[in-house]
Design a protein around this ligand. Structure first.
Ligand code: HEC
Length: 140
């Protein structure tokens, strides 16, 4: 009879402990990509939709702009660069765009951070949105 209270005490904790583990895994799985590089745009910026309508001309333009302005760091097919002289390896933009919105990319490309230059001065907004369409089209 002495064992019963001890046993039920343990059982009582089993459900919360299991829930804690399950939710812990889920949350860390969701947040891991964000933590991996720790660069987040403000939520309202991330919600902005790409205003440039998609067309073959836009894609061709985006491809040419990407080659001129971005490929030396991010690689010619946007699959990430070499460590080189940078403190942070330029990321694989094709796989990043799978978990980031066009608006998030637009905000980051305008501002830059660390070795990633901001392009607000060198590229028009339309050109930046055009490049993002190009990166999006590289997704398998
Ligand atoms: C001089 C090298 C360099 C050039 C040129 C460059 N980038 Fe980057 N880029 C980086 C680096 C390094 C990072 C990682 C920055 C960080 O997370 O602090 C980065 C990050 C990014 C990100 C953020 C990805 C994320 O994690 O959310 C985007 C988007 C991006 N670059 C797009 C571009 C585009 C588009 C161009 C061309 C217009 C470009 N970059 C040109 C080096 C470069």
């Amino acid at each position: 009879m002495r064992k019963t209270p001890l046993y039920s005490f343990r059982l009582q904790w089993l459900v919360p402990a299991a829930l804690f583990l399950v939710f812990g895994f889920l949350i860390s799985g969701l947040l891991a990509p964000a933590w991996a590089h720790g660069w987040k745009s403000p939520p309202d910026a991330a919600l902005v939709k790409n205003p440039v309508p998609l067309s073959p001309e836009v894609l061709a333009g985006g491809k040419a702009l990407f080659k001129d302005f971005c490929s030396r760091c991010h690689g010619k097919d946007a699959r990430g660069g070499e460590p080189g002289e940078y403190t942070m390896v330029p990321p694989d933009l094709v796989s990043r765009l799978a978990s980031h919105s066009h608006g998030d990319f637009f905000w980051k490309i305008n501002r830059g951070r660390g070795d990633m230059p901001g392009f607000a001065e060198d590229l028009s907004s339309e050109e930046i949105w055009t490049i993002i369409h190009h990166i999006d089209q590289l997704r398998p």
